[in-house]
Design a protein around this ligand. Structure first.
Ligand code: PLP
Length: 411
């Protein structure tokens, strides 16, 4: 049995405990949704205000040079690179994850002429599939999207495959895919691997360079704490940059944006993955969130995440048995990212009832409640409290109220 005192003991010994004070966490809220939107780093408003008032307000257009705005996509990209095992010069921050997927997929098809197959999991995050479908339509239906069951991407990679795309940590189950093995598999078949790091960047040790990844994308607003709608990132391994040609050939990806030449000539480096003007205010906020992660030790973060994940599963199993819950995802916390997914036929309403009490997670259709554990601010006692409420809500059927059953636009 894990009691609240056991949880408090684990928190007292937590080497990351002081990091929690770096985030705005409203009184009475237990925040288990950093996998969807990271909380506000306390340093972010000051930094954004400085950029607004000084760099924009006083510096005006001079700040593109004087304040280094023009270099922000690469500067913040290199910092994110440090979190995911990418040496400098291979990552930029730009656009959204969806747009970056489009660029990467299109470039990958160009890098493997003669091959027209894109492999993806049927249950991949829908935007990944939509972007592949949109690209295929644009190319006159000449691209075959080969959809496979979860966990079957490796065996689907054959000599016809140009690129396989995969979310490193499954957004529904939290299952971690073996990046090294899949990179090897793709390389052996002459294909490329494109990783979606939406649910791993910033919280899970990722080794893009060492494992031989080809391409990767990911979100800035989740574990990177960049704020709502924060820009995304894109990684192109250095060995591929010369052949990486993406179709959103905007001026910021040009070799000489201010030469105003009429013909597009891609930048000789990772900047060719850029398209248009960078969102400076959002980049400033994102940099603060990334800096918070860089100041912590990834090994400690992973160890704490494993402890949180295991604790949550144990607590739910012990406290909520008999109420129709089932786990969805790996039992072994080592095989799982920073989340536990729990199914319940009324999962949406149960989650709404939890949120009403300040225990914030989220819901994914058809019946999955997701609880995310960002190690910089989630404590073991938070899990104990959240599970006590979960039990109470199930026991008393507190979820069974019209306002909890009504679906909002964002779940
Ligand atoms: C795996 C994955 N990919 C992509 C996205 C979203 O991408 P975008 O930044 O384009 O909204 C999400 C959002 O939750 C996601 O979970």
């Amino acid at each position: 049995m894990t009691g609240r005192e056991d949880c408090a003991r684990l928190d007292a010994a937590d080497p990351l405990a002081d990091r929690r004070g770096r985030f705005e966490l409203p009184e009475g809220v237990i925040y288990l949704d950093g996998n969807s939107l990271g909380p506000l780093p306390k340093a972010a408003p000051g930094r954004v205000e400085q950029v607004v008032r000084e760099e924009w307000g006083r510096g005006l257009i001079r700040s593109w040079n004087a304040a280094g705005w023009i270099d922000l996509p690469r500067r913040v990209g290199d910092k994110i690179g440090r979190l995911v095992g990418a040496a400098p010069g291979q990552m930029v921050v730009a656009d959204s994850t969806s747009v970056n997927l489009f660029k990467a997929l299109a470039a990958a098809l160009g890098m493997r002429p003669g091959r027209r197959v894109v492999v993806a999991e049927r249950e991949a995050f829908p935007t990944d599939l939509y972007m592949a479908q949109g690209l295929s339509e644009l190319l006159g239906g000449t691209v075959e999207l080969r959809l496979v069951d979860s966990g079957a991407v490796g065996e689907a990679i054959d000599g016809d495959v140009a690129v396989a795309m995969l979310t490193h940590v499954d957004y529904r189950t939290g299952a971690i895919h073996d990046m090294e093995a899949l990179n090897r598999r793709a390389r052996d078949a002459g294909a490329l691997m494109l990783w979606d790091l939406a649910h791993s960047a910033g919280v899970l040790p990722v080794e893009l360079d060492r494992t031989g990844a080809d391409l990767a994308v990911g979100c800035g607003y989740k574990y990177l704490n960049g704020g709502p709608g924060a820009p995304a990132f894109i990684y192109v391994a250095e060995r591929h940059q010369a052949s990486f040609r993406q179709p959103l050939a905007g001026w910021m990806g040009h070799a000489a944006p201010f030469a105003f030449e009429q013909r597009y000539e891609p930048a000789p480096d990772i900047r060719r993955a850029l398209c248009g003007t960078p969102p400076v205010l959002s980049l400033a906020a994102l940099e603060v969130g990334v800096d918070e992660l860089l100041a912590a030790d990834m090994g400690l973060m992973r160890a704490k995440a494993v402890s949180l994940t295991g604790t949550f599963r144990r607590l739910v199993a012990a406290e909520c048995a008999g109420f129709g819950l089932s786990f969805f995802g790996p039992e072994d916390p080592q095989a799982c990212g920073n989340q536990v997914s729990v199914r319940h036929p009324e999962g949406y309403a149960v989650m709404q009832a939890l949120i009403h009490r300040g225990m914030i997670g989220d819901f994914r259709r058809p019946d999955v409640m997701r609880f995310g554990f960002a190690p910089l601010y989630v404590r073991h006692v938070d899990l104990w409290d959240a599970v006590a409420h979960l039990r109470d809500i199930l026991e008393t059927r507190a979820w069974d109220r019209p306002e909890f059953l009504r679906r909002a636009a964002v779940t």
